[in-house]
Design a protein around this ligand. Structure first.
Ligand code: ATP
Ligand code: MG
Length: 311
């Protein structure tokens, strides 16, 4: 992938893990880039130092909130699309892309907002959110309602694969977002998303299979699965689920002219999944760095464009 994109994603990962020592600007970003501007630092002090008061800062940052089946993620970008802070938590109040417990979802978004505001030293006002392809308008509104109730103005929603492509900026290919509960598929043609689908298989199914095979609790299986050191050991257990996802993807791409698949979403972190998807689909498969944060980052980028279509 583009080294500038990799550097941006590394910075997002650094803010997500509160690794602020690692948020210095990498060397390769010193040229002009869509993603980064080496003159702007990635923390609020950079904006303060440009003489902006906190109420002005409020209007210059961009906030994305991705309420997923497994993780709720909040990312704050500065005016140059640089990550300032971010936070994410495992929480299960969404099923198949639909919010099933609004109160818990609101509390979680409030919590993430509070943490981010304390870190930044100013209030966050507006945010964009995202929805999986194919859901009803009422479901899109339900996620906006959650974000509104948590204290944001939120009238912007973007579909998840389109958000991912704001980050990846691919011209042609397929974006496959393997999240917790679902796998989203989007075909991009000449820079535009021309086909989308969302199927109810994802990382949760990996954990269920691991829990069943090893006779352990789901939560323990989830922890095992997220530990890369365990991947080679549990790979044989989850390979059939990877193959199932590969088959689902292949079926959707049957009539599409796609020569490259880009895997995003947290489940794409499982070592070896790219090779399985490539083998089953017969299509070159690439996994960008830190695939877990690509869609949420795109949602925050979308919040930058206030004149974009709102629902
Ligand atoms: N290092 C890792 N290895 C394997 N799986 C991982 C890793 N890190 C996270 N995951 C899995 O990724 C999934 C979460 O990914 P993501 O945040 O993209 O999903 P989501 O957006 O919450 O769900 P969805 O998009 O389906 O609504 C979980 O199943 C989690 O266990
Ligand atoms: Mg997701």
């Amino acid at each position: 992938m583009n080294p500038k994109l990799n550097a941006l994603l590394a910075k997002v990962a650094a803010v997500m893990h509160n690794d602020h020592d690692n948020i210095s600007m990498p060397q390769q970003l010193s040229d002009n880039s869509n993603y980064c501007d080496s003159k702007i630092l990635t923390n609020p002090l950079a904006l303060y130092s440009r003489g902006l008061s906190s109420d002005k800062l409020q209007n210059r940052v961009h906030v994305g909130i991705d309420i997923g089946t497994a993780y709720t993620v909040l990312i704050v970008l500065d005016e140059r699309m640089q990550p300032m802070t971010g936070e994410y938590r495992f929480a299960q109040f969404v099923r198949d892309g639909l919010v099933v417990d609004s109160q818990k979802a609101i509390s979680m978004v409030q919590k993430l907002k509070h943490i981010a505001e304390n870190r930044l030293g100013f209030k966050l006002s507006s945010a964009a959110t995202a929805y999986p392809p194919g859901v009803l308008l009422t479901e899109i509104k339900a996620k906006q309602y959650v974000v509104n109730c948590a204290g944001f103005e939120c009238d912007q929603s973007i579909n998840e694969p389109t958000a991912a492509n704001l980050v990846l900026q691919i011209k042609n290919g397929a974006i496959v977002d393997i999240g917790g509960g679902t796998t989203g598929i989007a075909v991009v043609n000449d820079g535009h998303v021309v086909y989308t689908a969302d199927e109810p298989t994802g990382g949760t199914h990996f954990s269920l299979v691991i829990a069943g095979a090893l006779n352990i609790e789901f939560e323990k299986a989830e922890l095992l699965k997220k530990d890369p050191k365990q991947h080679s050991k549990i790979y044989p257990l989850v390979k059939p689920v990877m193959e199932k996802i590969g088959t689902i993807v292949a079926n959707h791409l049957l009539d599409q002219d796609v020569s490259t698949i880009y895997l995003v979403g947290g489940t794409s972190c499982f070592i070896g999944i790219g090779k399985v998807i490539q083998k089953v689909t017969g299509i070159t498969t690439i996994i960008p760095a830190y695939p877990l944060f690509i869609t949420p980052l795109g949602v925050a980028m979308f919040n930058a464009n206030n004149d974009k279509a709102s629902y």
